[in-house]
Design a protein around this ligand. Structure first.
Ligand code: NDP
Length: 257
């Protein structure tokens, strides 16, 4: 999506992927700076590690405690987070969801779930239920969210009543033979108005197929991926991102059509 956007704007820039061992992350960031890269994106497991390795943190990275975008400029390496805003933008666009006052069941307690919990709380959802395979991690996220946003009711475990949104932030569903991340014996999809799966490949996870059958509004994580990319593009280039071009390129690359 970035290369398509550079081409559309006539920028002679390139977006390339590098696999970096976490123990070499600091050297990789320094190396990119030395070679006059405009910036970087980082993904698992680098987003938390990079917080300690940049010269400055933008407000977004300070607030969400993770860096997925770096810009190199005169001041050095500046760390940003574009994931959090991208998630809520996609929830609003793709599900037409009103977040303020909503009740949300969050599945997962990894990096993406943590950002989601804090961001949803900052948007003043009414209640947040965190469910994760490893209970201690769900408790840690719930505790952190409650501390930062005391007005939001945060608990671990399944809700006892209807929710406006189930948000899958686990990696269960990435593989086609994965089971659904939601145990329907514990919570029925009939009790949810909408289901968002952060996974975008496959386009329809088992969770989304079942959610559709139950009459829920559904969306996958492509919109989140698009918007975190578009925001990073704007941070690097200072120009408005050509969203339609980026969306088309993403769909073509991810789904092949
Ligand atoms: P992490 O590795 O930090 O977290 C993984 C989460 O999935 C944990 O909660 C983990 O539970 C759970 N999990 C993994 N395997 C299983 C299993 N077999 N059974 C039950 N739970 C399981 O990953 P991230 O938080 O970075 O990413 C999570 C998902 O979100 C990924 O699918 C990723 O692709 C997607 N994502 C999408 C983005 C987008 O732009 N659309 C952006 C970022 C992430 P436990 O704690 O017990 O290990």
């Amino acid at each position: 999506m970035h290369n398509a956007a550079f081409a559309a704007l006539g920028l002679d820039w390139r977006y390339l992927a590098f696999e970096v061992n976490p123990k070499n992350l600091r050297a990789a960031i320094e190396g990119a700076k030395a070679m006059n890269f405009a910036g970087l994106n980082l993904t698992v497991p680098h987003k938390l590690l990079a917080v300690e390795m940049v010269d400055m943190l933008d407000e977004s990275a300070k607030t969400w405690g993770a860096v997925n975008t770096i810009r190199f400029d005169k001041k050095g390496a500046i760390g940003f987070n574009t994931d959090a805003d991208a998630l809520t933008q996609s929830l609003r666009e793709d599900l037409k969801l009103e977040l303020r006052g909503a009740k949300v069941l969050l599945l997962g307690a990894g990096g993406a779930a943590r950002t989601a919990a804090l961001k949803l709380a900052s948007e003043k959802v009414a209640e947040l239920f965190v469910v994760n395979r490893t209970q201690s991690k769900a408790e840690k996220i719930a505790g952190e969210t409650k501390k930062q946003f005391p007005s939001v009711i945060v608990s671990t475990g399944f809700p006892k009543a209807k929710v406006d949104l189930i948000l899958n932030a686990t990696s269960l569903g990435l593989k086609t033979d994965d089971s659904s991340p939601l145990d329907e014996k514990q919570f029925s999809l009939k009790e949810a108005r909408a289901v968002y799966d952060m996974i975008y490949r496959p386009a329809e996870t088992k969770l989304l197929v079942a959610a559709k059958k139950s009459g829920c509004k559904t969306a996958n994580g492509l919109g989140m991926l698009l918007h975190q990319g578009a925001k990073a593009f704007e941070i690097w280039t200072g120009k408005p991102a050509p969203l339609d071009v980026m969306r088309r390129a993403l769909e073509q690359n991810v789904y092949g059509h």
